[in-house]
Design a protein around this ligand. Sequence first.
Ligand SMILES: O=P(O)(O)OC[C@H]1O[C@H](OP(=O)(O)OP(=O)(O)O)[C@H](O)[C@@H]1O
Ligand SMILES: O=c1cc[nH]c(=O)[nH]1
Length: 191
Amino acid sequence: MAEEEHLVIMDETAIRRALTRIAHEIVEKNKGIDDCVIVGIRTRGIYLARRVADRIKEIEGKPVPVSELDITRYRDDRKAADAADVEIASAIGEHAAAPFNVQNKRVILFDDVLYTGRTIRAAMDAIMDCGRPQSIQLAVLVDRGHRELPIRPDFVGKNVPTSKQEQIEVALSEIDAADQVTLINQRGQTG
Ligand SMILES: O=P(O)(O)OC[C@H]1O[C@H](OP(=O)(O)OP(=O)(O)O)[C@H](O)[C@@H]1O
Ligand SMILES: O=c1cc[nH]c(=O)[nH]1
């Protein structure tokens, strides 16, 4: 059986600091948060989006809407016939943005890991099917490279150069044991 090497590259403190920085960068880039909506991509992008929205509320003194997006049916490895069946749901709690509305909004997509870019391509298709946003920006906790599409993030928690054999695993306390980002390598594999 192949042995795996696990290296913790972000702990709870590092994740917290990265999200605080991203919150400030979002406010700065958008000169406030008017017309902004943060859209978290399932699964862990949703929790990151909520956390950043909490930081932004502390910074700006007003809430920014958060919604969540399930792009499963927009993936390019699914049948085209499924594409119309996208699920877009408003988030619960104080960040609720119901109904989901992207028309003329500055949409800030949030995901945990950016790799090939295919998830983000699917998310942009889903957003565009809901209306015409003023802009779409992208925030990710980890950019591990190896893009297969011309997509680049506007806000990055940490750039992690990886080989294709490696994996990035993001754990968040909302659904996992703790906050942690781990680089996983099959021992002996390179490239
Ligand atoms: O840039 P890409 O090549 O599309 O890869 C990045 C995506 O892969 C992971 O999602 P996954 O499909 O594993 O689902 P999960 O978030 O529910 O774990 C991750 O959460 C990103 O959404
Ligand atoms: O390493 C990777 C690649 C895609 N998605 C992840 O969550 N990790």
